[in-house]
Design a protein around this ligand. Sequence first.
Ligand code: UDP
Ligand code: MG
Length: 308
Amino acid sequence: MLLSVVVPCFNEEENVPYFYEELMKNEEFFASREMDVEVIYVDDGSKDGTVAEVKKLNEKDGRVKLISFSRNFGKEAAIYAGFQKAKGDYVVMMDADLQDPPSLLPTLFEYIDEGYDSVATRRVSRKGEPPIRSFFARQFYKLMNKISKTDIVDGARDYRLMTRPVVDAILAMGEYNRFSKGIFGWVGFSTKWVEFENVERVKGETKWNFWGLLMYSLEGIVAFSTAPLALASYLGVLFCFLAFILIIFIIVRSFFWSDPTPGWQSMVCIISLVSGVQLLCMGIMGQYLSKTYLEVKNRPKYLVKEEI
Ligand code: UDP
Ligand code: MG
């Protein structure tokens, strides 16, 4: 039996050796299951000494592997690359900053033994996170679950232990615009959720700012819901209806009373409103079109510079 640990790293030189240490505290547990381990660090175009640190580890321990990208392709691409390289019967994906505690692994395996195909983790608290971010994150999950058929769990982390069939299913989803939380939900399989308290990153800084997260959430919506596309037709029907009522009202009024107001102000307001709505709807369609465009180009999801 082999366990592959996939670790996406972007400027994580301080965390690379630290993560290895923490993971290998499970060595006895691995031995007790007669399970080999491979650790696949995926360097996502880091500008610091991440690659050098992984190489150092590799010299000490041949079970450590490296995939290094030619530039930053994003965490989603790094996960995909790691999964492609993973040979394990089980694959687990963890952040390099130890926000996904390796000490949880024995618990995750308990559920695999119970027969689950995949064991996912979810943080129950968001302590250490700015309150505004938590608020918007919650709203995002609420909205997402309303407009998408795929279940996307609030607080879910990408930290997941999977059996081979699940990994193969994820690899079969070859889309360019990847949104892991959606992909994991989409493939299905029996999944057990394990909860843990939020852990703050040990060293370095988060790669996400508010704007980045907002853009990421919009991408998630475009990738896993087509509900916004229907918005144009709903609004269209609504405005037609309103216009129809208005026409009748104006005709009736001009029959029975003379029409004293030229009414240009109200005209301008209505035109601005309706053209605003039209632009919004066109923008939404543009979002989907641009994603389709990228998908159709069929570019590689990442480019490898070096592999060990
Ligand atoms: N990461 C990556 N590529 C990126 C951004 C992040 O591979 O472009 C990795 C990062 O090194 C870390 C994980 O993804 O291992 C999670 O990133 P981070 O801790 O910054 O996100 P947060 O935990 O704050 O959501
Ligand atoms: Mg983190």
